[in-house]
Design a protein around this ligand. Structure first.
Ligand code: CMC
Length: 426
């Protein structure tokens, strides 16, 4: 028996089975159970994949205990402080940080490819007023697969580059159009004199007759939010993208599925819930009442923006955004009852035994919700912002799967607990 195996004994029949242990470059090793069914005649059961690695990946690494997040080996704090979102997107999609020339060319590509086919606008006309921008965006991205059907086959680096750059460049335009259409506002086209993030904020906030003066800190804050959302291992939406990729579906159909998954309030919808909850609490004098509700075992109420499944000591993304929030609010001179409510909750949660003992620190959504609110971005657009940030990560994950020598279709098994064969009534 090798020390690189794990032995499992079936106590029902006394049989033992050895499974190989595979080592990660950093982080937990895994037990290779790909032959488990063949050898034991049984499936394994792990609802929500809490102990299951669904793939091998070189893209993103999280150490929840140490509060560490790395993109292709680069610490998130370095990426957020020293680099831009376009550096991050390039790193994820092409594997290395860009040189100055590569970054300039990438930025130019983003500008050139930022327009969407005029025909896409007809699709927007079909949606009812107030349609949720995430639904419109998901449909819009899916529709792009009809305009770029050729991306169904991506075989060369050039084909990959076109497919990847096109979607990263067009998503902000589609995202801004989704918002403008759902609110009956005139569309603002991409401005080729503006950088990636500034252009998006402009398409969201400008009017044909009204120039928007954006402060550097506003652009920096949103750019950092994009960077911090760019990838996060095998989360629900990334898993959705990979599942579609495994069927050889069109890559934009896979991104559209990722948007659908991200829309859920347990995933990309959390920062919107943070602001809704702060608005519901309303005034500083009601904070204690809601803290008590959050601590009450018999009350399902939870403080939105606190706690994390993986980060149990602190969320490194939240640490970065906290600094940016302070800088932004200071420069914009923002003070409101909502901000006061948030500050009081944050202060209590960071010192109260209930929250401290359970590792319930403010997470990325607590601060990103407050920042996006300060940037005058409507709540229903918060998840859309997440999509813009996450698109390079999804593309990188799609590509990683497609580069495997053999692609196995994602097809989990189940523990069937329904009726056994029934005799039809005659
Ligand atoms: N408020 C009050 N109590 C909480 C909270 C909260 N936000 N989160 C967890 N708890 C308590 C929970 O009641 C439990 O207490 P006890 O041990 O006494 O039974 C303990 O903390 C552990 O909770 P859990 O549900 O086992 O923790 P989890 O790791 O399964 O859940 C979570 C993580 C993020 C779903 C949860 O903390 C939560 O619901 N937070 C609020 C929603 C939120 O902010 N979501 C965004 C997360 S970040 C998303 C991202 O990374 O993109």
């Amino acid at each position: 028996m090798s020390k690189d195996t794990i032995t499992i004994t079936n106590n029902r029949n006394g049989k033992t089975y050895d499974f190989n242990i595979l080592d990660a470059s950093v982080g937990p090793s895994v037990v290779d159970i790909s032959t488990f069914y063949k050898e034991t005649g049984m499936f394994t059961y792990d609802e929500g994949y809490t102990s299951t690695a669904s793939c091998k990946s070189e893209i993103t690494y999280i150490d929840g205990g140490a509060g560490k997040l790395m993109y292709r080996g680069y610490d998130i704090a370095y990426m957020a402080k020293e680099k831009t979102f376009l550096d991050t997107a390039y790193l994820l999609v092409y594997g290395e940080l860009p040189t100055k020339d590569e970054l300039d060319n990438f930025a130019l590509e983003m500008q050139k490819r930022s327009f969407v086919h005029e025909g896409v606008k007809k699709l927007f006309d079909a949606f009812p007023d107030r349609a949720h921008p995430m639904a419109i965006l998901s449909a819009g991205v899916s529709a792009l697969s009809t305009f770029y059907y050729n991306h169904l086959e991506v075989n060369t680096p050039q084909e990959y580059k076109e497919m990847a750059n096109r979607i990263i460049a067009k998503i902000p335009t589609l995202a801004a159009f989704s918002y403008r259409y759902s609110n009956g506002l005139p569309i603002i086209y991409p401005d080729l004199n503006k950088g990636f993030t500034e252009n998006f904020l402009n398409m969201l906030r400008a009017y044909p007759h009204e120039y928007v003066e954006l402060k550097d800190i506003e652009i920096k804050a949103l750019d950092t939010i994009f960077t911090l959302h760019a990838d996060h291992e095998q989360n629900a939406s990334t898993t959705a993208v990979r599942n579609l990729a495994s069927t050889m579906a069109h890559p934009y159909a896979a991104i559209s599925a990722g948007i659908g998954a991200l829309w859920g309030r347990s995933h990309g919808g959390a920062n919107e819930s943070v602001i809704r909850q702060l608005e519901m609490i309303g005034t500083v004098d009601r904070v204690d009442e809601f803290i008590a509700k959050a601590k009450d075992k018999n009350d399902p109420f939870r403080l939105m923006g606190f706690g994390h499944r993986v980060y149990k000591n602190f969320d490194p993304r939240a640490t970065i955004l906290k600094e940016i929030r302070n800088e932004l609010m200071g420069e914009l001179g923002i003070s409101s009852e909502l901000v006061e409510v948030a500050n009081k909750i944050e202060k209590i949660a960071l010192s109260d035994e209930y929250f401290v003992s359970r590792g319930l620190y403010p997470n990325i959504d607590f601060y990103s919700g407050l920042i996006l609110q300060a940037l005058k971005i409507p709540k229903e657009m918060f998840a859309v912002i997440f999509v813009i940030g996450r698109t390079p990560g999804w593309i990188a994950q799609w590509s990683e799967l497609h580069q495997q020598k053999t692609i196995k279709i994602a097809r989990p098994r189940q523990l069937y607990v329904g009726p056994t064969e029934r005799t039809p009534k005659s």
